[in-house]
Design a protein around this ligand. Structure first.
Ligand SMILES: NC(=O)c1ccc[n+]([C@@H]2O[C@H](COP(=O)([O-])OP(=O)(O)OC[C@H]3O[C@@H](n4cnc5c(N)ncnc54)[C@H](O)[C@@H]3O)[C@@H](O)[C@H]2O)c1
Ligand SMILES: [Zn+2]
Length: 368
């Protein structure tokens, strides 16, 4: 078992990572002062529930916790106010009180939704992240919780930190290949932002990671969580440096919204968005070679690098204007400077973005 700490003063919390550690969940909860005196609610989704819910409930039952569950439909569409209301209903009927805890068992969708439910239920109860996807290395750490509005992603939300993150590598074994690839795109993002050596290591271990080889996966996710925790520790509320984690997300979020939530997976949209960001960086003097390197890395992980031609360019641009990164009439872009280094730019014009979107729509996705 390995441990990291998200260092946020009195809101600091541990990330535990290892094989089979969710079986010990009761012990970890007790260590954080979460006692079985109040009922506890596990929020999960319809794919994860049949695979992993019973095991977690058994482990919680052994610790004496009275466990209720709320199973939302799998998919991005569940990050909605409707599902938030459903969790609140189940919570109220189960008698959850202000000492209760919500456990998010699932990927980023469940983590973001259940976390926001915890932030708002009775003005805030504690919550615990038990991530079950590769992508959730990112979403489970850092306390950004939210639901979507049909017009834009993550625009109804809060900063609300969990009590702990329990990352059990065994739960990842059941991931379908498309989720593996999508998650690895976001892992690669952490490296592209801050750590060239890590990117090289990831590239060398691409086959092992795609095959979910346990040692490689744990090493990769430990490092990804370390980078995430370090950035969040420096800038919890994204007043500065934390924005770099949005590499690929300005275009990515717009693609997700325009394609229809759940059509493109989050990591897939971010992969395309990172190629877009690299193309934009070329306007500011970065070499085409850098774009090609990023594109080749993403292709090593079988990620998409082109925009589906049927997506409307104006609709994509329009969606960006609703993004949280659009402020005072300007879009914020994170642009790669080199592998492992990015800059925050407020100088990208709408015409440059339009041109890059058009280019990425005209290109063909190379075969993996
Ligand atoms: N809060 C943040 O800081 C942050 C950061 C990155 C991403 N996100 C959000 O995370 C979401 C994407 O996360 P995601 O890719 O994990 O999506 P997800 O939660 O939808 O999971 C992807 C798919 O995998 C299934 N699944 C999950 N665990 C499984 C398992 N162990 N075995 C089999 N199937 C499993 C899910 O049911 C779903 O169909 C997006 O909404 C994105 O906005 C948030
Ligand atoms: Zn992301």
């Amino acid at each position: 078992m390995r441990t990291l700490t998200v260092d946020l003063g009195e809101r600091s919390y541990p990330i535990y990572m290892g094989q089979g550690i969710s079986d010990q969940i009761s012990r970890y909860l007790a260590e954080r002062g979460i006692l079985p005196s109040s009922p506890l609610l596990v929020v999960t989704d319809s794919n994860v529930a049949p695979l992993h819910l019973d095991r977690l409930k058994t482990a919680l039952g052994e610790g004496g916790y009275r466990v209720h569950d709320c199973i939302v439909p799998a998919g991005e569409a569940s990050k909605s106010l409707d599902q938030l209301a459903e969790i609140v209903r189940v919570g109220l009927e189960a008698g959850l009180d202000r000492s209760s805890v919500i456990v998010a068992l699932g990927g980023g969708v469940v983590g973001d939704l259940a976390g926001f439910a915890a932030a708002s239920y009775m003005r805030g109860i504690r919550f615990v992240q038990v991530p079950t996807t590769i992508l959730a290395h990112d979403s489970s750490v850092g306390g950004k919780v939210a639901v979507n509005h049909p017009l834009a992603k993550n625009v109804i939300g809060a900063f609300y930190q969990p009590e702990l993150v329990l990352y059990d590598m065994q739960l990842l074994r059941t991931l379908p290949p498309r989720d593996v690839r999508s998650g690895l795109a976001e892992v690669l993002k952490e490296g592209l932002i801050l750590d060239k050596e890590y990117v090289e290591w990831l590239s060398d271990h691409a086959d092992a990671l795609l095959a979910l080889e346990p040692k490689a996966l744990e090493d990769a996710l430990f490092e990804a969580c370390r980078i995430k925790a370090e950035v969040v520790g420096q800038d919890e509320r994204e007043n500065g440096i934390r924005a770099v984690l949005n590499l690929g997300h300005t275009i990515g979020h717009a693609l997700e919204a325009v394609a229809g939530y759940g059509t493109l997976m989050h990591g897939e949209a971010v992969a395309i968005g990172m190629v877009g960001a690299a193309r934009l960086a070329e306007y500011f003097g970065r070499p085409r070679r850098l774009t090609e390197t990023i594109r080749d890395l993403l292709l090593r992980f079988d990620c998409p690098v082109t925009i589906p031609a049927e997506l409307d360019t104006d609709a994509i641009l329009e969606a960006m204007m609703h993004d949280k990164k659009f402020r005072e009439g300007k879009l914020t872009f994170i642009l790669p400077v080199d592998i492992g280094r990015v800059e925050i730019s407020r100088s990208v014009t709408r015409e440059q973005v339009r041109s890059v979107i058009e280019q990425l729509k005209q290109e063909e996705q190379p075969c993996g």
